[in-house]
Design a protein around this ligand. Structure first.
Ligand code: PPS
Length: 573
């Protein structure tokens, strides 16, 4: 029935789910096998492997595919493939595995999703992977950061037999597999289909761009947003999908369809653009839109963009024939006020006034509760965004006090808490260092590892409170910069984060010595004591620096309140 559709990459759609009977046998046999609980990122990869989105792959890569993919974007058999798809496991699990054996792959609840033939195991060379795939070792690149910070040591490769796809309970009708989507296209008589990839809400510019792409190519349109994992800090997919749905009504009837892609993005720029195109080809699309800075990870730690904004289009062009799916390249689309229309920037006469709102500007407007103009987005989309992004005065936030023992963190946090409670409006939780150590972290000591774990726990609780609209006040020492940054990143996705460095000098803290701990530390009775025999990394990114040597607790708290007021966290609407 679907003969006239574009062939999948490599010729055959590789759906890896086995018949139910075989699945039952495998499940039964798996009792004696080692197991691996997949990470969220691996779950996304597994889904696309099992459903055929990653055709012609038949499992996680072995070295025979991995190395040529990293070096030359080729699988062992020469097929174009731009980004490795590997399964990384811990040393403990790797020790239980042997080549020729089996591994049960499970979801986080322990449900078995697939059986893997272990064909290869090797210790991942993180540098090699980062450098060859992403062209950099700079950990500001989310893909590189993932390799260095969130990847386990050992890669395991081998063929998969799928028992079931990872379950989804949200937007179920919008999640067809490649096979199902191909079938739908055939039913609807769609032959030429242009796919649009996005990880952001769509506004009028995207609407105009996609309409143009479809018209200029006599094609139907597939809005195919990534809902697996995108760039940290992106707007959550629930909100985005509601926005896409609202936008869909603006397309002429029978021309556009919305479908969700469970891909974990790597933010790999040009190489990722090729992967996106291959996936869309597998889903039955004939055309693929590549705009400015496709799958771009932004700027490196020196402020220079990682990739050329049109590098993805160039790389695509080089491989166009082999890819089969047609690139629809676009320059950035801007609003031309005098024509009240959107045009690609290369079609705009020089000197004409154009308008755009960048992603950063949009986020700022949402946070500050400012209006989203009509020329920029459809009112229905603005309304959806507003629902999940209320003005700051109604959002949750965390104030994270860091500083030496005795610097006055707890006292300050307590005064701030009491005053916030007096104001009312939002629930307030205090996560003081000592309280947390009694309740959440009673088994932890003061090694770097334990301190980091302690701060991560505090960060987790604070992020839950923040995203649900509450106020979290944290007051641990938190001596290490990288964990503070990690916590900031986690919390900022769901609300505000204010780092307050309680910078009371060590001499003053020691002189105060309210708990007598400094005296003990000096006498060598307490080991690893911050400031005496353990490091404290001063933050360079604190929103506020408060030295309590000369300030009363009320005066110090006042500085916090002035800041919160200025930034719109309190007061206002
Ligand atoms: S950390 O580094 O953020 O995990 O520390 P935190 O959870 O804030 O715990 C610090 C409190 O524990 C007491 N204490 C010590 N602090 C620092 N170093 C060592 N070795 C140590 N041993 C015990 C101390 O009372 C800290 O409380 P505050 O409120 O900071 O004075």
């Amino acid at each position: 029935m679907s003969d006239h559709l574009i062939a999948p990459h490599g010729g055959i759609l590789k759906e890896l789910i086995v018949p139910a009977e075989r699945g039952a046998e495998l499940r039964e046999a798996s009792r004696d096998w080692p197991s691996w609980d997949l990470t969220p990122r691996q779950l996304c990869d597994l889904e696309l492997l099992l459903n055929g989105g990653f055709s012609p792959l038949e499992g996680f890569m072995t070295q025979a595919d991995f190395h040529p993919v990293c070096q030359d974007m080729r699988l062992a058999d020469g097929t174009l493939w731009p980004i490795p798809v590997t399964l990384d496991v811990t040393d403990e699990v790797a020790e239980q595995l042997s080549v020729g054996g089996k591994l049960a792959l499970r979801d986080p609840e322990g449900v078995m999703l697939a059986a893997m033939d272990v064909e290869d195991m090797w210790v991942l060379d993180r540098e090699e992977k980062a450098r060859s795939v992403f062209g950099t070792l700079d950990q500001k690149h989310p893909g590189v950061a993932h390799i260095f910070q969130r990847t386990n040591n050992v890669a395991v490769g081998g063929r998969l037999a799928g028992l079931e796809l990872p379950p989804h309970y949200d937007f179920v009708p919008l999640r067809p597999t490649p096979g199902r989507l191909r079938y739908r296209f055939t039913e609807l008589g769609w032959r030429r289909i242009v796919a649009f990839q996005t990880r952001n809400p769509m506004h009028r510019a995207h609407f105009e761009l996609t309409m143009r792409a479809a018209r200029e190519n006599d094609a139907n349109l597939l809005i195919h947003p990534t809902v697996g994992m995108t760039k940290p800090g992106d707007i959550d997919h629930y909100t985005r999908v509601r926005c896409y749905r609202a936008l869909l009504d603006h397309y002429p009837e029978h021309t556009a369809m919305l479908s969700l892609l469970p891909l974990a993005m790597r933010m790999g720029g040009p190489r990722e653009a090729l992967l996106h195109a291959i996936i869309r080809k597998n889903y039955g699309c004939t055309h693929f839109i590549v705009g400015r800075d496709h799958a771009g990870p932004g700027k490196d730690s020196k402020g220079v963009p990682f990739y050329d904004p049109y590098g993805a289009q160039e790389l695509f062009r080089e491989h166009q024939d082999e890819l089969g799916i047609q690139m629809v390249p676009f320059k950035m689309v801007v609003y031309v006020e005098e024509k009240a229309a959107y045009l690609p920037v290369d079609e705009v006469e020089e000197g004409t006034r154009t308008l755009t709102i960048s992603g950063t500007e949009l986020r700022t407007r949402l946070i500050e509760g400012r209006e989203l103009p009509d020329w920029f987005t459809f009112p229905e989309v603005a309304e959806e965004l507003r629902k999940t992004h209320p003005a700051r005065a109604r959002q949750g936030f965390t104030v994270f006090f860091t500083g030496l023992s005795g610097s006055g963190k707890s006292t300050l946090a307590n005064v701030v808490m009491v005053k916030l409670l007096e104001m009312g409006g939002r629930p307030v939780t205090l996560l003081d260092g000592d309280i947390v150590r009694k309740n959440l972290s009673s088994e932890l000591g003061f090694s770097k590892e334990h301190r980091d774990l302690n701060i991560r726990r505090i960060g987790f609780v604070a992020s839950e409170i923040t995203k649900n609209g509450g106020i979290a006040l944290c007051a641990p020492i938190a001596p290490y910069d990288h964990v503070r940054k990690e916590v900031r990143q986690e919390i900022e996705t769901g609300g505000g984060f204010v780092l307050v460095h309680v910078a009371t000098p060590l001499e003053v803290c020691e002189q105060r010595d309210r708990k007598g701990l400094y005296a003990k530390a000096r006498a060598g009775l307490i080991k690893e004591f911050t400031g005496i025999s353990d490091p404290y990394e001063e933050p360079a990114d604190a929103e506020l620096v408060i030295d309590t040597s000369e300030l009363s607790p009320e005066e110090a708290a006042q500085q916090v309140f002035l800041y919160l007021e200025k930034e719109g966290f309190i007061g206002g609407q």
